[in-house]
Ligand binder design. Sequence first.
Ligand code: 7RM
Length: 606
Amino acid sequence: MKGATTNICYNLLDRNVNEKKLGDKIAFYWEGNEPGDSAKITYSELLHKVCQFANVLRSQGVKKGDRISIYMPMILELVVAMLACARIGALHSIVFAGFSADSLCERILDCGCSLLITADAFYRGDKLIILKQIADEALQKCKDKGCPLKKCIVVKHLAREEVAVDGTCSKSPPLKRLCQDVQIPWNPAMDVWWHELMSSASSECEPEWCDSEDELFILYTSGSTGKPKGVLHTVGGYMLFAATSFKYVFDYQPEDVYWCTADIGWITGHSYLTYGPLANGATSVLFEGVPTYPDIGRMWSIVDKYKVTKFYTAPTAIRLLMKQGEEPVRKHSRKSLKVLGSVGEPINPEAWLWYYRVVGEERCPIVDTFWQTETGGHMLTPLPAATPMKPGSATFPFFGVVPAILNESGEELEGEAEGYLVFKQPWPGIMRTLYGNHQQFETTYFKKFPGYYVTGDGCRRDKDGYYWITGRIDDMLNVSGHLLSTAEVESALLEHAAISEAAVVSHPHPLKGECLYCFVTLRDGHEFTKKLTDELKKQVREKIGPIATPDYIQCAPGLPKTRSGKITRRILRKIAKNDQDLGDISTLANPGIIKHLFNSRCDTKQ
Ligand code: 7RM
């Protein structure tokens, strides 16, 4: 209705507590990295905390439309922070805690965040990450670039036993021992403890009433130019799409215990760990750790501990567990499981079958959900037990989604076909713009084929009308379900003094799906040594984050180029794979370099 108002946080919490009488229902079981370290929070407790933190934000001067950067591990305060932003109409921009200081700084600057919310430190498996130190590095860089960000709110997470705001946290002895010596850097001019602000905050907080088209959040995703794009979602359409797709795709039932293993720093964690499940009044598991710690059976022990009914994870995790055999899975009951989901990249039929046979014991339908940060929610997906499955196919469009396959000239292909996957009409959860760059939004998604939304993925439709995603067809690659742009990695390599040119291509990898194979040309006077490749890897890790660490770096005295000077990555991909079938190379300016590059390939992981 025109002129009507809403608030997404109200719909997720107040409505469930007051109208649906779900106040005492568990919203989240929090499972810490260390087994035995756990907590839970009900809908009314969550509402209470969100209201308190929304008041904290208001008392810091945060207003509707302001951008708030969130850089946190997988803890309950992360959900509280994001919903508090939504309650007062501020836009959250969540940055995955595995990203580097440079990446965080770039994202803070791009959308002009006025405040950062972070945590002291956390463990991922047995690795300690002093998040506050990385955040400080990012803030220093931001300051050098004239950014006005003035406040940093810090959750005391690792050292939290002294805090016990709600008395629900317990901590196992090994963790205590591990965190004794951690020093957290502190800047009194800027930093404030979360628990100190919360201790005096009221839990009465009127939501900011919003138009359905008001901005909800920004989430950065890799762009093919190398600079991350700030995907912007709005309140009404996103809420509807996340809520509805969650309900139908997971066949949500009130007694479900749902577990999405994605990090909230990615879109899956926004739509299917936070907004979608909470809109439906669901009970979810929020897991801080990794699938392999303390052992390879952790996922299944969590499934049994909470009697998880619906489980949503990524092919990369499935392949990792598959490699360890069936034993660690079979050791656990898993009889609560009803539906299994997959997201993030194409799932190879072998991994699909293992997931189906071993994890689900041929009892649980698999929903292979294809979608993007930009789409807000599921686009191609089976409905569990209703859609006949084919291993490796995301099957058919979700309600309201109209896909098409186009050829290079933009003609729609009928029947069995392969080409560009596009969508022909808008859907509620479609992104509304790229923050601060509507022009780039238009060119990226709507220019190549006017009248269509272009996904950037290739796709095949079989004789039965099933859709099969064949992977990215732009300069993007998908490492363990995370999109990276080759340009972004190239520019990180080029910042090294020894490198004059760099070209990065995607290379198949048995666990990660794809990995990075880099070709580098050295400046005169530099030598290609193990020390240099180590430095380059470190540089990429520091500029982007550990997920972008190159697997292979090859020294290239020259790179194959077209006469107009464009590097032909198509040929480099084949060199990386040792595929001699190069096709037409007549357009190359320097075909002589190819033989040399074949002879100096890296065969083993460095
Ligand atoms: C949800 C998410 C988007 C890209 C997308 C694809 C790939 C995602 C599937 C998939 C095949 C799937 N958002 N992708 N899901 N490919 N089958 N079920 O991952 O913005 O981070 O990535 O991921 O290439 O364009 S994302």
